[in-house]
Design a protein around this ligand. Sequence first.
Ligand code: GLN
Length: 195
Amino acid sequence: MKTPNNRPVGVLAIQGDFERHAKMLERIGAPWELVKHASDLEGVGGLIMPGGESTTMLKFFANEGLGAAVRQLAAEGKPIFGTCAGAILLAREVLNPPQDHLDLIDITIERNAYGRQIDSSVRGGDCPELSDRPVEMVFIRAPIIRRVGDNVRVLGRCDGLPVLVEQGSILAATFHPELTEDETIHRYFLKKLSH
Ligand code: GLN
């Protein structure tokens, strides 16, 4: 699967689960490159922000000027996909506790919202516009989307909760699509690169 102009998908690689995203992109034949510094964003056609620890990522954002560079990428209309911690960074409002964020998608998201007992689980969810089969969803110390703005589309639900949401060029998932064999979500993100 090619990207428009064959520009690579950037995979933010400062912390967290970036290698599995790169493997998934490799598997579906999309060019990719790791992004560690703001200058690495110059040639990319879009960006994946992986799961990990959002507080740690925020420190790098401040030190490296990466936050401003990611906002610039969004302003250029380049698609950005945040998974779990990545989704937390993209949100308009973060709870438990409140923390800095990029405000690129109009959602309120609560960190570590499934509690300690079930801090990891694999569940079946539905993304009816993307797939007619259930999508396997891996949740790891996952957040819950508590509010969805009027201009945000819910593309996926699990146990009645929104888990995959989209606003324009921005896509956010509270689960880890890179940890399963299911290519649905990454293929959908690649399609966004051609708009
Ligand atoms: N609990 C993490 C955070 O708040 C997110 C966990 C994940 O990305 N799997 O940043």
